[in-house]
Design a protein around this ligand. Structure first.
Ligand code: AMP
Ligand code: ZN
Length: 301
């Protein structure tokens, strides 16, 4: 793989290497762009009257299990474990580390799993409130997400920030929402003066059974991705996703519409780091030299 873009990001001090592929430190310039994108997404969604929810990068193990993530994506999940021993166990632990032995086997589960997608913690919270209002609900959610997919591609992070709008309501409301955001997503990226394509996509379902799941997802056009060329010599990168879950999460959590019907859900997800890198790829590393329209859209001053 041609890693020229990655090398330049490191040489320019935009990304800091941490010793693990896909886990990066980011510079002030990177974060300025990130913050500009965050605010532009907020402006694009102002009319949604969305309820804002922000989550830490880990979620309850029980919620994660019930969400069915391990059925579909066991290869991507990360769990949190901790030391829970006494002083003797502590001495053993230190000895193991000193001798370069495996010390992780004695760690205990912390009832926490790293959040794989920003919208997962939203559904049980909305479900707990009971039947939806007539016009359903929209949530503006953001979280750090974890996916165990170490890679040399600078656009494939193991820990990254995802911003989403999540629609919960009737089939009509949810389908209309996804249509709206597919339009808005394209307008958003066009305003950033980035080239893009919108394509039917599938999630990376695990194993042989997963192939069938992926085919079914494509056949029903349940997932679209907005792709932007970012990496040297590689396929374009998914920077926004538009997901229609039908009744999957509403069934799982028991969410009903005002009429007592099973609700449906959809979400639009923005990959924050990928958008920053796409901007740098196409407009360069010097924000001051970016096109005026892009600087205005991101309010970079
Ligand atoms: P998904 O749930 O896979 O549709 O992810 C939503 C969005 O998060 C995608 O459109 C990407 O922009 C972003 N994303 C997914 N995986 C990664 C990753 N490994 N690194 C960085 N961004 C990602
Ligand atoms: Zn989502």
């Amino acid at each position: 793989m041609d890693t020229g873009f990655r090398e330049r990001l490191i040489a320019e001090g935009i990304l800091f290497q941490t010793g693990v592929d896909g886990v990066w430190g980011r510079s002030g310039v990177f974060e300025r762009i990130h913050d500009g994108i965050e605010q532009a997404i907020t402006r694009a969604g102002l009319d949604q009257q969305a309820e804002v929810m922000r989550f830490p990068p880990a979620m309850a193990q029980a919620v994660f299990e019930k969400s069915g993530y391990m059925k579909n994506f066991p290869q991507l999940a990360g769990t949190v474990h901790c030391f829970c021993g006494d002083e003797r166990a502590h001495r053993t632990l230190l000895g193991q580390i000193e001798r370069g032995e495996d010390w992780l086997q004695d760690q205990q589960p912390a009832d926490l799993v790293l959040t794989p997608a920003a919208c997962y913690p939203v559904y049980p919270i909305v479900a707990k409130r009971g039947v939806l209002a007539d016009d359903g609900h929209v949530v503006d959610v953001a979280s750090y997400c974890f996916r165990h997919e170490p890679s040399l591609e600078p656009t494939r992070f193991q820990m990254f920030r995802m911003r989403e709008y999540v629609r919960i309501g009737t089939a009509e409301q949810v389908i209309a929402f996804r249509e709206t955001w597919m339009e808005r997503g394209q307008a958003f990226v066009a305003a950033l003066e980035l080239p893009f394509e919108l394509e039917v996509a599938n999630d990376p379902f695990f194993g042989r059974g997963g192939k069938l799941m992926a085919e079914a997802q494509r056949a029903q056009a349940l997932k679209f991705e907005l792709l932007i060329p970012v990496n040297d010599g590689l396929e374009a990168t998914a920077c926004l996703s538009f997901n229609y879950h039908m009744t999957y999460f509403a069934d799982t959590w028991g969410i009903k519409t005002a009429d007592g019907e099973q609700a449906q859900t959809a979400c639009v997800g923005f990959g924050m780091e990928r958008l920053v890198l796409a901007l740098m790829r196409h407009h360069g590393f010097d924000i001051a030299a970016w096109p005026a329209g892009v600087r205005d859209t991101l309010e970079l001053g």
